[in-house]
Design a protein around this ligand. Structure first.
Ligand code: MSP
Length: 532
């Protein structure tokens, strides 16, 4: 709407996720990254930015080809049936993305061929014969020194295949120095910064990379323009999605002009090399601007073990939501964003999940709201009066404003967990404030009744801030909090610039019927029974 456009800062914010291989079902690892990106997208919308959030699926390559074969399907049929579960993440997890790209989309395939053609014409792609060790798990060639003592790929514990073939090569070595210089000159380019050195080390020995496979080895891919014998290497195809999704090399590239370069490209640490070296080399060769930040998050383990089919410990978000009868994904979103400092490796266990969300969401946050609104109902019929509004709780007011500032600062470098910590600290401080001021005692005496009212008003103000600041992580719960505070607006429409002390209007804000817990404790016994 017009009104919305006026409120926008005019600043664009483009965030992308890795595109998932659809040869299995989505699991908690895929979900982790999509949730984090959604949280960031929602936060920057709260800042008034014009946000574009892209996610999608990576559908070509030998892995998909083989799995489809096993399932007696054509690769495309197989992708069509599997991608549904990945697209369902939008509803299951409340992901508010703008576009879902599939690398089998027609416009993408055409644009990738044009990109390839451009690089051929420029002389940055050339043909040569090649012998190497190919790991189909990584979809890439590995050097002898990358392998374990037994000659296995360290990530997939599988023996790479010895391959001798004619390939097209991308002149990556030509861009080596430019990439190194860019990384060194832009401290926010690779985040978290502790991942930077590993990439600089890999750049030392970087060589030209193979960017095609003969159809005799891989048939499922985009054909090399002008060569019916070869398909374009799956990573060139996949990486290009970030710009083809915006219409790069298509008739209408207005989105590309508007949103590129990306502000944040969210990926897992295992594919940082592809993004901070190969992708950057490609963009330099194409003469396209470089993304501002590549953020490599850590890996989620289950009970401290790497998820794997052979261990049988692959967990999906679906099983967690079902196991605990959760209608909203908020608890899972919250847990995943707090299980480790975002960027580091994190762990999921049922025990940690239950205790974390029960403590933070049900006890600290939910109870604080519930008991203060109960008192407001009991002593003041749920009404905030003008004389309740006061600023004598300076410490609490300052802490609230400071929390907002810190949340914004942390999101500047995508430190989601630290941002949440700031809000939880504010909640804890407010619990302490309530315990110390003891409004229930103040209510007993006519002379101090007004002080009780002021305390309850202050708590309501804090909770309004908590709801808005936590909204990117727990949108459903935040909306409930806001509604119980008498705010009729949709929480997504409240901008951080408008969030100031004094949000609560003096009026009746709550009645008995509306006062329900915003988050129900996960009952361990109930959940345990259900499991059996
Ligand atoms: N298709 C490639 C990415 C191409 S991007 C141009 C790919 N797909 S994937 O399905 O294997 O992984 C998708 C994303 O999920 C990657 O960023 C990966 O790091 C992430 N994760 C997969 N398993 C994970 C965990 N166990 N924990 C956290 N994230 C992990 O790679």
């Amino acid at each position: 709407s017009k009104e919305k456009r006026v409120l926008m800062s005019g600043k664009t914010f483009y965030i992308t996720t890795a595109i998932d291989y659809v040869n299995g079902k989505p699991h908690i690892g895929h979900v982790y990254e999509k949730i984090a990106s959604d949280v960031i997208a929602r936060h920057f919308k709260q800042r008034g930015d014009d946000v574009y959030f892209l996610t999608g699926s990576d559908e070509h390559g030998i892995k998909i080809q083989k799995t489809a074969q096993k399932n007696n399907m054509s690769p495309k049929e197989f992708c069509d049936s599997n991608v549904v579960d990945f697209q369902a993440l939008a509803q299951d997890l409340n992901l508010d993305y703008n576009k879902y790209i599939r690398t089998t989309d027609d416009y993408h395939e055409k644009a990738v061929q044009k990109i390839f053609q451009k690089l051929l014409e420029k002389g940055d792609i050339y043909k040569a014969s090649y012998t190497g060790l190919y790991c189909s798990g990584c979809e890439c060639f590995l050097a002898q020194k990358d392998l374990t003592e037994d000659g296995l790929c360290p990530d997939h514990m599988a023996k790479p295949q010895e391959v001798k073939e004619e390939n097209y090569f991308f002149r990556l070595s030509k861009y080596k120095q430019q990439i190194i210089d860019h990384i060194n000159a832009n401290p926010d380019f690779i985040l978290p910064s502790y991942r930077k050195n590993e990439i600089l080390n890999q750049l030392e020995n970087i060589q030209d990379i193979s960017v095609s496979r003969p159809k005799t080895s891989v048939s499922w891919g985009i054909e090399v323009p002008g060569d019916k014998e070869q398909v374009i290497y799956v990573w060139i195809d996949a990486l290009s999605n970030y710009i083809t999704a915006l219409g790069y090399e298509s008739e209408d590239d207005s989105l590309f002009k508007k949103y590129w370069p990306a502000n944040c490209q969210m990926i897992g640490k295992d594919i940082l090399k592809f993004h901070s070296i190969y992708w950057i080399g490609l963009l330099l060769a194409l003469g396209v601007k470089l993304p501002k930040t590549i953020f490599a998050h850590g890996w989620i383990t289950i009970d401290e073990k790497k998820m794997s089919k052979s261990l049988g410990n692959v967990i999906s978000h679906k099983s967690i939501l079902e196991q605990y009868h959760l209608e909203s994904p908020d608890a899972l979103r919250y847990f995943l964003m707090t299980t480790t400092s975002f960027g580091r490796d994190g762990n999921y266990s049922d025990e940690d999940f239950k205790s974390k969300v029960n403590a933070d969401l049900a006890n600290n946050t939910g109870n604080l709201l519930n008991r203060s609104l109960s008192m407001l109902l009991k002593y003041f019929e749920g009404e905030i009066k003008q004389e309740f509004v006061n600023d004598d709780a300076k410490e609490l007011v300052d802490a609230t404003l400071r929390a907002k500032k810190k949340v914004v600062e942390n999101f500047d470098s995508y430190m989601i967990t630290e941002a949440i910590d700031e809000v939880i600290s504010l909640v804890n401080l407010t619990n302490k404030y309530v315990n110390e001021t003891a409004p229930w005692s103040l209510a007993k005496d006519e002379n101090t009744l007004i002080d009780c009212a002021k305390v309850l008003y202050n708590v309501a103000e804090v909770m309004y801030h908590v709801a808005v600041l936590m909204y990117p992580v727990i949108p459903d719960i935040s909306q409930k909090i806001l509604s119980q505070l008498g705010e009729e607006k949709n929480i997504a429409d409240i901008k951080l610039d408008d969030l100031k002390w004094g949000m609560i209007e003096p009026k009746k804000i709550i009645d008995k019927a509306s006062l329900t817990p915003v988050f129900l404790r996960i009952d361990s016994e109930l959940a345990g029974d259900k499991k059996k």
